[in-house]
Ligand binder design. Sequence first.
Ligand SMILES: Cc1cc2nc3c(=O)[nH]c(=O)nc-3n(C[C@H](O)[C@H](O)[C@H](O)COP(=O)(O)O)c2cc1C
Length: 158
Amino acid sequence: MTSVTASTVDVTPTSLRSQLARWPTGVTIITACGDGRPLGKTANSFHAASLDPALVGWCIDKRSSRFDEWVAVTGYAVHVMAGHQTDLVTRFAASGSDRFDGLDTMPGLDGIPLLACDVPLRLECRIADTFDVGDHVYLIGQVVTMTASHHTPMTIQR
Ligand SMILES: Cc1cc2nc3c(=O)[nH]c(=O)nc-3n(C[C@H](O)[C@H](O)[C@H](O)COP(=O)(O)O)c2cc1C
């Protein structure tokens, strides 16, 4: 019989990030209207929150370069990304560049910029509530419009 030894790990921001990265998640790109230019960010903190009412949530890092604009949005669109869409996922995680440069978008709910490509699932949401959670802010959205395709969502796990 194989024996598995578990060890206690000190809880630090680095160890927590590293251990939680072992939890498999999907990957989303979240878009919204910013101050005169679109906002977009790769995020895997996205999750379901409530079915009735239809609520979802994700957390924005307070260190984000456009944090003040993100916490002022009145809505956002969640694009659940497919396995073949790594280029977009990488583009929307990269800092210091215009993530929308040369990218086709179309206006969605309340003018939110939507990625003009097929994704497994797109949810257009209005902000229902926000909470301060440590070094992040939790943005809860009420799902207003849902668009689904046959593509299989991407999953990541370290
Ligand atoms: C797989 C993955 C998941 C991420 N999830 C989140 C997230 O849930 N919330 C968040 O604020 N940033 C998340 N990030 C980081 C952002 O995508 C982005 O890189 C970071 O916020 C820096 O953006 P900035 O240049 O606008 O500050 C994630 C990055 C990756 C690669």
